[in-house]
Design a protein around this ligand. Structure first.
Ligand code: XIL
Length: 311
């Protein structure tokens, strides 16, 4: 069938995927990504540990390589991510509050400034909430309090006024305590005039557990006037895969893509990689995997056909 990027575009949406420098070195994978994805999210190389390993010392080399790969494939690029508790150097975590605030603003100015005009969107703040809807008790929150999120968005907007600025998180795909809390936060930010333009639903899902309220959830964020995107979709299962699991996975992928297609404000769906060969799942969730639309040999799985059909 036609590439997913074309099928999505015909619906006014995008299909995207994540890419890392390591994966870019695999020509067959690079070609697969170029064929299927219209949008590329930089998978690891724009995280703080890569871009500012020591204070004021910036490395945009790896990020630039992934961005160049996207440009070569005719893809638009999403930036990921400016403020997160993970993949952030120890020197950041050790700063006193006033200094941490300054380091955050300086980091955003430098990184978003470097990529100004080169990315369509930034995941400005990633994973700031706990499962029960309270703020995640990590160093950003503990040292700076609630306000760091608004400050991060303001700094990102100053550095790149044209990029769409997203709040991004997992387990906010359906209605629940965590997505309710994110909803209330983004509503308040909008009321305060904070430059936030989108909400990223990561979509790290478990086989057979797509929330029934995904479409309703996407709709309520869109009704705030925000863009919504599925930013890191994968559907993990206990391995090995079998025909029944792959069929169930196809239905799960279809449900997510259909929810995006059904809501005007949903701009696109990005999977966290294309092939099981490079998925992050097995290393983080032992015994699980087979989460992406192509198998380890880059053969399309039932999930691929389901995504194609759902667009
Ligand atoms: C993952 C990468 O895929 C891995 O290579 C890395 O070791 C850890 O991070 N949510 C996110 C992504 O926002 O940045 C994470 O990416 C997956 C979970």
């Amino acid at each position: 069938s036609a590439p997913l990027r074309d099928l999505a575009a015909a619906e006014g949406k995008y299909f995207g995927t994540a890419m890392t420098v390591g994966e870019l070195a695999d020509p067959a994978y690079r070609d697969l990504s170029a064929r299927e994805a219209g949008v590329l999210t930089v998978g690891n190389e724009l995280k703080w540990d890569t871009t500012e390993p020591a204070r004021g010392s910036f490395d945009f080399g790896p990020g630039d390589q992934v961005v160049a790969g996207g440009v070569a494939a005719g893809q638009l690029v999403r930036g990921h991510t400016l403020v997160w508790h993970s993949q952030t150097p120890a020197w950041v975590k050790a700063l006193e509050p006033a200094d941490l605030q300054q380091a955050m603003v300086d980091h955003i100015a430098a990184v978003a400034g470097h990529y100004r005009g080169k990315v369509i969107a930034w995941d400005v703040v990633n994973e700031a909430f706990a499962e029960d809807g309270t703020r995640r008790q990590e160093f950003w929150q503990l040292k700076l309090g609630d306000g760091y999120i608004a400050d991060a968005f303001r700094a990102a907007h100053a550095a790149d006024p044209d990029a769409k600025l997203y709040y991004n998180d997992y387990n906010i795909d359906g209605i629940g305590a965590k997505s309710d809390a994110v909803y209330e936060m983004v509503k308040s930010l909008l009321e305060e005039g904070v430059p936030i333009h989108g909400v990223g639903l990561q979509g790290h899902l478990i086989l057979g557990q797509v929330p029934s309220t995904v479409r309703q959830n996407v709709q309520r964020f869109a009704d705030l006037g925000l863009e919504v995107a599925f930013t890191e979709l994968d559907v993990r299962m206990d391995t090995p895969a079998d025909a029944a699991k792959l069929a169930a996975q196809a239905a799960d992928y279809s449900a997510v893509v259909s929810a995006c297609v059904a809501v005007d404000g949903c701009v696109g769906v990005t999977t966290w990689g294309l092939s099981d060969k490079y998925s992050w799942i097995p290393s983080v969730f032992p015994g699980q995997g087979a989460a992406l639309p192509f198998d380890e040999s880059f053969r399309p799985k039932p999930a691929y056909d389901a995504v194609a059909a759902a667009f």
